[in-house]
Design a protein around this ligand. Structure first.
Ligand SMILES: N[C@@H](CCC(=O)N[C@@H](CS)C(=O)NCC(=O)O)C(=O)O
Length: 311
C-alpha cells in the first residue's frame, strides 16, 4: 500500500479518532505535524482551502474529514473491519452524534475554570487568546454556532450517562468488538479525559471509563515523523492515483470535468474549487493544480458538505 501520511496535531481530538483507527489496523503511517491554528502554509496548497484537522494524504490523493478518512482506511486495510455488515446506519448515527454534539459539547467543558487553568498552564495566556480568536473565525459563516457552556450543559452529561448505561451491557458500543462508532465517540471523551482539570468529571461513569481504557490501549500503530516539505515532495513524485468507485452519481446534474466548489456546511466552510473527477453516494473528488506539485485530487465525504455548481 502507498504510504499513509496523516497531517495532524497531537492535541486534536478528530486526529485521535484516526490515530487510533491506524492502531486498530496495526498500520505503519507517516506523521506530519500541522499548526494548531492558521496559517497552515504547507497544508493549504494540498487541500486548496480546507483547513480542518486531520487530513490524510496518499501520494497525490488528499482525503478531508475523518468520516471519509476512516472509510478510506477501512477500504485499504479491511481487517479488522470498522463497518461490520448490518451496522452501517447505526455507526453513521453514532458518528453523527460525536461530530455534531459530543465534540462541540466537549470544547466548552475544557474551558470551564478548572480546565481553562490547565490550558493556561500548558499553552500560556497569549497563545490561548490567539487560539480562541482563531476558533471564533473557524465558526464564521457556517451552519453551526460556536458552542458555549449552555450547549455543553444541555448535551454533554446526558450523553455521557447514556453511553455509560449502554457500555454496562457490552464491551464496545455495538457489541463485542470496536466499530467506527467507538472511534468516533472516543475522541471527545479523550479530549475531556486528557485535561487534568476536568478529567475527574468523568469518574462517575465507570463503564464508560472501562471502555475508554480498552480503546486507549489500542494505541496508534506504527507512526514515523515526516517533515511537511517531504510530504509535498512525496505528492509531486507520485506517479499514480488512488482508485475510485465504479459508480457515478448523476442525480445532481454534474459530469466529470465540471467546475465545482466543495465546502463543509457546519464550520470551517472555506470552499475548495476545482474540476469534478468523481461523485458517488459517499464521496466527491475534485482535481486541482498545485504550484510546484502538479495535479492533486481532493476527496470529501458527501455527508456534511455542499457541492456548488449543481444544476
Ligand atoms: N468533521 C470534521 C471535523 C474536524 C475538526 O473539527 N477538527 C478540528 C481539530 S480536532 C479542527 O479542524 N480545528 C481547526 C483546525 O485545526 O484548524 C472531521 O471529521 O474531520
Amino acid at each position: 500500500m502507498t504510504s499513509l501520511i496523516l497531517h495532524h496535531f497531537d492535541a486534536s481530538p478528530f486526529s485521535e479518532k484516526v490515530r487510533l483507527i491506524l492502531g486498530y489496523k496495526n498500520l505503519a503511517w507517516q506523521s506530519v505535524q500541522v499548526p494548531r491554528i492558521m496559517p497552515k502554509p504547507d497544508l493549504m496548497p494540498l487541500t486548496g482551502g480546507y483547513r480542518k484537522t486531520p487530513v490524510l494524504q496518499i501520494g497525490r490523493d488528499i482525503y478531508c474529514d475523518t468520516r471519509l478518512i476512516a472509510r478510506t482506511i477501512d477500504r485499504l486495510a479491511r481487517e479488522p473491519t470498522l463497518l461490520p455488515p448490518g451496522q452501517a446506519a447505526s455507526v453513521r448515527a453514532l458518528e453523527h452524534l460525536a461530530d455534531s454534539q459530543l465534540f462541540l459539547a466537549a470544547v466548552p467543558v475544557l474551558f470551564r475554570p478548572e480546565g481553562r487553568k490547565v490550558l493556561q498552564e500548558k499553552l500560556g495566556d497569549a497563545y490561548l487568546a490567539k487560539f480562541q480568536a482563531d476558533r471564533a473565525k473557524l465558526f464564521q459563516g457556517g451552519s453551526v454556532a460556536r458552542p458555549d457552556e449552555v450547549f455543553s450543559r444541555a448535551n454533554w452529561a446526558p450523553a455521557m450517562a447514556d453511553l455509560d448505561a449502554q457500555l454496562a451491557e457490552s464491551a464496545f458500543l455495538l457489541g463485542d468488538a470496536p466499530t467506527l462508532a467507538d472511534f468516533a465517540v472516543y475522541h471527545p471523551v479523550w479530549y475531556v479525559r486528557g485535561n487534568a482539570g476536568v478529567a475527574p468529571t468523568l469518574d462517575v461513569y465507570p463503564h464508560l471509563l472501562q471502555w475508554f481504557a480498552r480503546m486507549r490501549d489500542i494505541g496508534h500503530g506504527r507512526p514515523t515523523e515526516l517533515a511537511a516539505c517531504e510530504a509535498l515532495e512525496i505528492a509531486s513524485d507520485c506517479q499514480e492515483w488512488q482508485s475510485l468507485a465504479d459508480t457515478f452519481d448523476n442525480s445532481l446534474g454534474l459530469s466529470a470535468g465540471d467546475a465545482i466548489v466543495v465546502s463543509a456546511r457546519d464550520y470551517g466552510v472555506d470552499g475548495v474549487a476545482g474540476e469534478l473527477v468523481h461523485l458517488d453516494a459517499l464521496s466527491v473528488v475534485v482535481a486541482r493544480e498545485v504550484e510546484g506539485v502538479g495535479p492533486v485530487r481532493v476527496h470529501f465525504p458527501r455527508v456534511g458538505f455542499d457541492i456548488a455548481g449543481c444544476a
